[in-house]
Each structure stands twice: as structure tokens, then as C-alpha cells.
Design a protein around this ligand. Structure first.
Ligand code: NAI
Ligand code: 13P
Length: 343
């Protein structure tokens, strides 16, 4: 096993958990945070009390507030900031990035203002920089406790995907590879919309039947849009598709599901975000997905109803009634997969 040097940019729950995974694999880890108070707290307590409480951060993880120092002499730059902040972070570090450094993105979303996936944002800012995305069913709270977790790494270049696979893979953190960057990125982003909806259903007091329906019909509409945007249908049956949808719609660790529950119980958005206290990607992604569905002419009834609840004040009970009383459908409407993504 080769040892690498990795800069982790963003010390929220996921950045901290992935730092622990990488540290357990004997890599050199530089964890960067912009917040000096957070740096002081973690240095003093050995714990990221705000984002990942009750987990010891070993002193072998190097803490930084200066991103130039954090990325210096590293092989990999891992992005764990919220999606809407990725471009800003990349623009700040851009002058200091070396051509060999692999950018690995672990954020799950779509840039709102451009409607671009994160690989496309990186491509705009840093053309030709090696890139991979890491996604899949993986809550920080479990990965940080060494609970068995599986993820997928996608890159256009097989050697990049395999290198990143080797770097992250431990006996508790199993990593698969996939050539379908678009599919892995879109699955990871769009599942948050459905998880938010599953949370709303829970908050309204509905049961397992409703959640299962949202998950099954949800992955169908994710696959429809994803395929129209160039992704392989089969990727949505994998870890970054149905796998991540399952964990996010069923786990109480999920920020998106918990936010949905609060909205379903009648809290407003401000109260909800205050209570969660961490990024809830599904809120922005709902807006982008709704616009993309219109742009590509794709039927996404669940996303549309969640959009109306979040952005147009529709009553969640009316949204459910609308979904239940749509015109009759055949379950297996055809999706003709014209993509063929391989190495
Ligand atoms: N928490 C989890 O279990 C998982 C999260 N993710 C994804 O990872 C990304 C980050 O999520 P979390 O760690 O949960 O979020 P979080 O809310 O726990 O942490 C976000 C971190 O980003 C920092 N940040 C915010 N704006 C910034 C900026 N402009 N510049 C630099 N840093 C900034 C915050 O200070 C905070 O440390 C999201 O896209 C999420 O979907 C993916 C898999 C698992
Ligand atoms: O992507 C995740 C788990 O795989 C995290 O989801 P939440 O942001 O909803 O917690």
C-alpha cells in the first residue's frame, strides 16, 4: 500500500469523517477549515464538536486554516465543502495547484447558477486537471466510526479512478470504480431531493409504504433525467444511485431527510435550517432539478411537487394528493438508453 499526501478542504462532517478514513490508511492528511474558531476548538479538544461530535480526531491529522499551506506538496485535493461553495474554493486555490494533483470531489449537488455538475465546474476552472468523484451510501457518522461502508469513485480516466480507489480503500471502507462521471454525480445530487420528500412524508405521519413508493418512483425519475443528461441508466442501479437513495431516505443521520421531516411537521425553512445546522443540499438541488426537468422535457412529478412545496408554498398534503391522483400510468415506461460510457 502506497502512502499519499491528501489535502481535505472543508472540515464539516464529511470532510472530518473522510480525513479519519484516510488517516487510518496511513496517508498524510491535511484538514483545512476556513473558520479560525473551529481550528482553535478542534486543536484544544481533539474533536469537531459542531459537525461530528464524540469522535476523536487523532493528532496525526494536520489542521490548517491556510489553504496554500494545506495543499502544498499533496497528491490529492479532496473537496468536502457544500456544492455552491466549490467554485469559490477552487478559484482561491487555483494559482497554487500543480498539474499532477488529483481533484476528488465528495460534495453532492449541482451548481445552481450554471446548472453544471461539479466535474464541469472543475473543467471550466482547471481544464485538464485529473478529476474523480467519490459518492455512494455513506453517512459521516458511520464512516467515522469504522462501520462498514461502500462507495464508488468515477473518473473519465481509469488509472485515476483506480488510484483514488486504492487511496481510500480500507477493510471498513470499500471502494468500487465506475467510468460514468455524469451518472455518479447526478445520482448523488438528485437523491437528496427525493430524500427530502421522503422526510416530508414521514413528517406528515405517513408510513413505510409512502417512503418505498417515493424511493422506487424517485429513482425512476432520477434515471430519466440522468439519461437525458448523458448518464448510463445502469449507474442509477448502483451505489451512487439506488444505494445512496436508500440510505438517505431511511437514515436519521440524513440531513435532507431530517429537514424534510421538520417541513412535513409544519416548521418553516428558517427554523428547519437552524435546527439542522449543517448543509442541506437537497433544497438547492430541488430548484436546479426542477429547471433541468423543464429544460430537457423530462417528467419528474415528485421533484415538481417538492419544488412547489419548497418554493411556491404548496401545502405538503396537497402535494401528496396531486401525486396520488395523477393520470393512470404504466409502471415500466420505456427509457431508451443511448449512452455507452466505458473506459
Ligand atoms: N455528511 C455526510 O454524511 C455526507 C456529506 N456529503 C456531502 O459533502 C458535502 C459537505 O457536507 P457536510 O460535511 O455534511 O456539510 P457540513 O455542513 O457538515 O460542513 C460543511 C463545511 O463546509 C464549510 N464551508 C461552508 N462554506 C464554505 C466556504 N465558502 N469555504 C470553505 N468552507 C466552507 C463549513 O464551514 C463546514 O465546515 C455536501 O455536498 C454533502 O452532500 C457526502 C456524503 C456524506
Ligand atoms: O449523502 C449522504 C449519505 O450518503 C448524506 O446525506 P445527507 O446530506 O442527507 O445527510
Amino acid at each position: 500500500m502506497n502512502c499519499y499526501s491528501i489535502a481535505v478542504l472543508g472540515a464539516g462532517s464529511w470532510g472530518t469523517a473522510l480525513s479519519l478514513v484516510l488517516n487510518s490508511n496511513n496517508h498524510s492528511v491535511n484538514l483545512w477549515m476556513r473558520n479560525k474558531q473551529q481550528y482553535t476548538n478542534i486543536s484544544a479538544t481533539g474533536e469537531n464538536t459542531k459537525y461530528l461530535p464524540q469522535i476523536k480526531i487523532p493528532s496525526t491529522i494536520n489542521l490548517f486554516t491556510d489553504y496554500i499551506k494545506a495543499i502544498e506538496n499533496t497528491d490529492i485535493i479532496l473537496l468536502t465543502v457544500p456544492t455552491q461553495k466549490v467554485r469559490e474554493v477552487i478559484q482561491s486555490i487555483k494559482p497554487f495547484i500543480k498539474p499532477h494533483q488529483i481533484i476528488v470531489n465528495a460534495a453532492k449537488g449541482i451548481e445552481q447558477k450554471s446548472q453544471l455538475r461539479i466535474s464541469q465546474v472543475i473543467q471550466e476552472e482547471l481544464p485538464n486537471q485529473p478529476y474523480a468523484v467519490l459518492s455512494g451510501p455513506s453517512h459521516a457518522e458511520e464512516a467515522a466510526r469504522n462501520m462498514p461502508t461502500t462507495v464508488v469513485v468515477a473518473s473519465e480516466k481509469k488509472s485515476t479512478a483506480e488510484l483514488v480507489q486504492e487511496v481510500f480503500m480500507t477493510a471498513q471502507f470499500r471502494v468500487y470504480t465506475n467510468p460514468d462521471v455524469a451518472g455518479v454525480e447526478l445520482g448523488g445530487a438528485l437523491k437528496n431531493v427525493i430524500a427530502f420528500g421522503a422526510g416530508i412524508a414521514d413528517g406528515l405521519g405517513f408510513g413505510d409504504n409512502a417512503r418505498a413508493a417515493l424511493m422506487t418512483r424517485g429513482i425512476r425519475e432520477i434515471a430519466r433525467l440522468g439519461n437525458a443528461m448523458g448518464a448510463n441508466i445502469s449507474t442509477f442501479a448502483g451505489l451512487s444511485g439506488i444505494g445512496d437513495l436508500i440510505v438517505t431516505c431511511t437514515s436519521m443521520h440524513s440531513r435532507n431527510r431530517r429537514a424534510g421531516i421538520l417541513i412535513g411537521k409544519g416548521k418553516n425553512m428558517e427554523q428547519t435550517l437552524q435546527e439542522i445546522g449543517m448543509v442541506v443540499e437537497g433544497i438547492t438541488t430541488t430548484n436546479v432539478a426542477y429547471e433541468l426537468a423543464i429544460k430537457y422535457g423530462i417528467d419528474m412529478p415528485i421533484t415538481e411537487e417538492i419544488y412547489k412545496v419548497l418554493y411556491e408554498g404548496r401545502n405538503p398534503r396537497d402535494a401528496v394528493a396531486n401525486l396520488m391522483t395523477r393520470s393512470r400510468k404504466h409502471e415500466m415506461e420505456e427509457i431508451v438508453d443511448t449512452t455507452n460510457i466505458d473506459w
